[in-house]
Design a protein around this ligand. Structure first.
Ligand code: FCB
Length: 444
């Protein structure tokens, strides 16, 4: 397999996110985000890790973008920090925040790297959470204002935009399970947050489209293929419900199909948060959708779990030996299954894989990081993407997660996802063998 097998127009890249990499959490007028507040709460993050310095991308961006160039990666997806650009959440713009992203964008362009911007990768300004955050319907308007500000400043040089990163994860983990910021729980938080996130995609998509008619406007979704534990009716039905929640709930309203209530009755609860015109406003014709896939889920019927009546069976309980540091099964067919599932929607114009990667416990030995498992993971996943492409499915790009080892949310720094190793004390960077492999693959 060589990269040219994917065709000349296939987009290759690497992805990152502001909160996970930038650090400089109080520099130059940035206000706290919900993740600063959450990481400061005792017991929320593994080992008490925090992201006050992270990878220090705020100061080291030029060197890090040099590494992207050194690895022959033509596209860089990163996110903007809302609290850096608009510390009060709305209204006044912080010029120093804008200056920083101008420098990042210009550094990319100077090296022939195309910047792809995610507007919202989970770091809501805390001041907006104080007003209810995603549970407050006003969040849609706040995000529209912030988006309008971003296109005003960066739209002259940035032609690829994504509204949200993985709404299912930030609303599910942050507003239902409480394991991500802002740490809220229950359906009374999840349903409004989920509906407002879904509304925000279309509304902000329209803001981007009208300001930048030539730009490629997208948004990203987490996805995992869902398999029943056993081929018996109860598990099959459980898998259908879990699939509605994990893969379908956020994209289908955008595609004009509404929430998948027929397959997951409990989703009817979301209707309480809908206003009369919402159904008409939800659909939006994105230029692309970003799919982010890491693994599959295996599901069994569980009457004890309210609403869903299903539960995930962890790989170790299925006798799976090879999992990543996240406990995720290495199951490369999942990415093919997801491309195929999303290609089957009639109105998805194009799919990019905007994240895929694996965390393994790398070590530096004599200045080198040998990480054959990560390379194997990437190669096996790419082989599945190629298979999808050869079957004529609708996939047009692949972005590896991620550039540098970084702050992996509630898991802190222990999972290492980078193509580049980072020593947290010295901030020294070493391109891992997998990064060198990716560089060679892209050179071909
Ligand atoms: C995704 C997130 C990303 C990173 C990877 C491992 O869910 O979008 O920020 O944490 O998982």
């Amino acid at each position: 397999m060589v990269s040219s097998d994917f065709g000349a127009n296939f987009q290759w890249g690497v992805s990152s996110a502001a909160f996970q990499t930038e650090g400089a959490s109080t520099a130059d007028g940035r206000s706290p985000s919900i993740w600063d507040t959450f990481t400061a709460r005792k017991g929320k993050i593994k080992n008490g890790d925090h992201a006050r310095t992270a990878c220090d991308f705020y100061q080291r961006y030029a060197g890090d973008i040099d590494l992207i160039q050194e690895m022959n990666i033509p596209n860089f997806r990163f996110s903007l920090s809302w609290p850096r650009i608009m510390p009060q959440g709305t209204g006044k713009v912080n010029q120093q925040g804008v200056d920083f992203y101008n420098q990042v964008i210009d550094a990319c362009l100077a090296r022939g790297i195309t910047p792809w911007i995610t507007l919202y990768h989970w770091d809501l300004p805390q001041v907006l959470q104080d007003r209810g955050g995603w549970t407050n319907r006003d969040v849609v308007g706040w995000l529209e204002d912030y988006a309008a500000c971003a296109v005003t400043h960066f739209g002259d040089r940035v032609g690829h935009w994504m509204v949200l990163n993985e709404p299912a994860v930030f609303t599910g983990a942050g507003y239902f399970f409480g394991v991500h910021a802002p740490g809220l729980t229950g359906l009374r938080n999840f349903f409004p947050a989920a509906h407002h996130a879904t509304m925000a995609m279309g509304r902000v998509g329209r803001v981007l489209r009208s300001a930048l008619p030539q730009a490629m406007v997208g948004t990203t979704f987490s996805c995992s293929s869902v398999h029943p534990l056993r081929n018996r009716e109860r598990d099959v039905q459980a898998a259908i419900r879990a699939d509605a929640l994990i893969n379908r709930m956020f994209i289908e309203p955008i595609l004009g199909l509404g929430y998948p209530v027929a397959d997951l009755k409990a989703l009817q609860g979301i209707e309480a948060y809908m206003q009369p015109n919402d159904e008409k406003e939800l659909p939006f014709a994105f230029d692309f959708i970003g799919l982010q896939n890491y693994t599959r889920e295996v599901v069994r019927h569980a009457w004890i779990v309210p609403y869903l009546r299903a539960r995930l069976v962890p790989p170790r309980n299925r006798g799976i030996a090879l999992t990543t540091q996240m406990g995720w099964e290495v199951y490369p067919q999942a990415i093919y299954e997801m491309i195929s599932k999303f290609s089957a929607y009639t109105n998805v114009p194009r799919i990019y894989i905007t994240e895929n990667g694996a965390a393994f416990p790398d070590e530096v030995v004599n200045g080198r990081v040998q990480d054959p498992l990560r390379q194997q993971y990437l190669e096996a996943n790419l082989a599945q993407v190629l298979r999808a492409r050869q079957e004529g499915l609708n996939v047009h790009g692949y972005f590896a997660w991620t550039l540098t080892d970084n702050f992996e949310w509630a898991e802190g720094y222990s999972p290492r996802f980078g193509l580049v190793h980072v020593n947290a004390e010295t901030q020294q960077r070493i391109i891992k063998d997998s990064g060198r492999w990716y560089a060679g693959f892209l050179r071909s």
